[in-house]
Ligand binder design. Sequence first.
Ligand code: ARG
Ligand code: ZN
Length: 876
Amino acid sequence: PVTRLSDYQPPEFLIDDVSLRLELDAEQTAVDAELSLRRNPAATRGNGDLRLDGEHLALEAISLNGRALTPAEYQLEDDHLLVHRVPDRCRLQTRVRINPAENTALEGLYVSGGMLCTQCEAEGFRRITYFLDRPDVMARFRVSLVADPARYPVLLSNGNPAGEETLADGRRCVHWEDPFPKPSYLFAIVAGDLVAVEDRFTTASGRAIPLCIYVEPGNEDKCDHAMRSLIKAMRWDEERYGREYDLDVFNIVAVSHFNMGAMENKGLNVFNAKYILARPETATDADFAGIEGVVAHEYFHNWTGNRITCRDWFQLSLKEGLTVYRDQEFSADMGSRGVKRIEDVRLLRARQFPEDSGPMAHPVRPDSYIEINNFYTATVYEKGAEVVRMQANLLGPERFRKATDLYFERFDGQAVTTDDFVACMEEGGGIDLTQFRRWYSQAGTPQLDCEDDYDAATGTYRLEVRQHTPSTPGQPEKQPLHIPLALGLVDAEGRDMPVQLAGESQPPAPGTRILALRQPVERFEILGCATRPVPSLLRGFSAPVQLCYPYTEEQLSFLMAHDSDGFNRWDAAQTLAQRVLLAMVDDATTAVPASFLDAFREALQDETADPALLAEVLTLPSEGYLGEQMTVVDVDGIHRVRQALAAAIGSGLAAELQAVYARTRSEEGFDLSHAAMGRRALGNLCLAYLVRAGDAQGLEQAQRQFDGQANMTDVIAALRTLLEAPDAETAAAGEQALAGFYERWADEPLVLDKWFALQAQSSRPDTLARVERLLEHPAFSLTNPNRVRALIGAFASGNPVRFHAADGGGYRFLGDRILELDPLNPQIASRLLYPMTRWRRYDAGRQQQMRAQLERILEVEGLSNDVYEVVSKSLE
Ligand code: ARG
Ligand code: ZN
């Protein structure tokens, strides 16, 4: 069953108001719904039947305008309910029963530990009651929650509190009212024995908003960072976008069992506990950063997603691309803009580029899907954010603000399209984005091939850029895109030259120029270059493209040391390392060119560099990313040379690494400042290189750092290096440390996830056997998505050399797990498939073994849409 954008029809009926009453019980919850329906004047008239979505519901009663319907007046199907010949305006009442405890898919109403909670995006509301479960039906919700106060003392829903009472039978009934019309995917309830961590925020217009983070008892001391992040996000959205919070209360709940990161339900954001709970002893710096970003992301959805929502799910990037862009900018403002950009681009290249060149490639606005849950992708989120970023950059800050103001004013309270958004950018920004719109409809990563030459006699530098987008499934032909290319020209002293285009009478100030690429081939003539410049191309990663220019190694080292653009300094270092590594694979050598170590040494000796940025520069490209750069992924070769290069850095630069490590160990207490996090990142990177080289002092330092247990960032880094140590003796010490780690953290689920993941990612040859043993560990559970990701996901996606073992053991293991998981939780099962969808990139033997697993899965009867779609498309 394929859903297509071109088939979009406005809904025949609208729902203005909904009253819901849930009598909550883990095994059998009763849901009474009353819908005020009206025929949509904007829709074409059908046969008069009302068709409501509904799945896994047991219908107990149904009446229309107060009169019970006879069986002839409606028709009940597996996934919908037809009510025959309804009047143009009516009140429909239904009563259904659902079983939250049996709901292992974690969509709709389900049980997590002792609490009841919901996840409705994208199409989970239909598992709660019969409804028009589509985002362009926006209704006002009133919700009553009835429950035993001893089991479920806290009863939450969207909107504002609207009173409560105790029923004759002793149960409590709590009322909520959300004054803002919203689509059903933003509905939420939570019931449980929870404690609130409270604060308050005063909005720009002076309204004091109570903020509550609800957690399971015992976690109250881990909410500080999330709360601080929320308050910063609320302030930032007022200052940067003029967006104020709109309800009387704002609630967050942390849940242990959750399919994704978090959910922006109106006034009641529900989070994977991983993105709320943190103390320095339990969470790493990356965890803290993740919390800040995700808390902000969900909060920002209140305007970009909730007040203005999506017309249909093809428009998902309308809210996700824009909101990711907003959270990226927020994090850039809170920490280091340069480092944040590097992290975001690294993620884009590692996850979105492969997606865009694989069997699941789709445009930012997809044309069709079988299962929408499969389209919460890096393309919709991260590439979507890049597409918004390009528009923001094309407009510049002032015009972009004008354009977003227009967007908020024009579409508040509506369900709209990505095209509506672009129209506001055009109008507010006063530019033509006709060609630019192709970024939304065309899949694939454009490749830019650059060539240049220099005429010393006239001082003219010529740059020729060809764009080409490889074909993707369903899109054999590609059209040229409008691509903003940021260009700098660097002189021999490392200074930016003015970029004066032919035809311009005056040279501009030295610095970056944005060139607009529109044609398949564009040529630029730059005047007044007294010497041959080194081009610094695609500064700041000005467009989500693959850039090719025949840099020499000297040029890359030069840019790595001198480019005024921090992003391109990092990128030059990455390209340099990538070249060295791929050449080592090709030559089947472990010998490292001296010039490479020299460039690293020079970088290490720069005491003025920002430690966080330096850590990024000195981090080698991942095995996964390197594999993507090869025609046929050489799993073992990549692993071998990357280990060898790390060891060569560790031994060749031991003194420099030691000096930097010493400098980064601060005597002061723990804090989360950018400087402190940067020092930890850099110090731990140095330590990892030293240990990889078997450096005795480094080993001792790692052991000491682990034993010190100062904070989780340092503990995990030390433990990881010990576990990966090249010699048996240290590896034994690592095992001991691992056991101690378990003892200490057995009662902290989020820390235990790290314990599972560390073992799953170990490059030791016996890792698969260990992972299989860990499936039997009492703390492992297939019904907890975080645990599944920590063990199975970390192995399949985070351990290329062991997962892709030539004997196919990793593939069989994953195939087995997917078949076990699919009946339980199709969304999680489908996500785990990802590494096998890349089978075409490997050698014949591995291809054959991966395909065998995919084919075996496809043969299984009763597969979920989620898994079916990914597997069948991968095999096409
Ligand atoms: N809207 C949520 C967010 O981006 C994610 C929802 C994911 N839903 C899903 N079915 N995968 O914050
Ligand atoms: Zn989102």
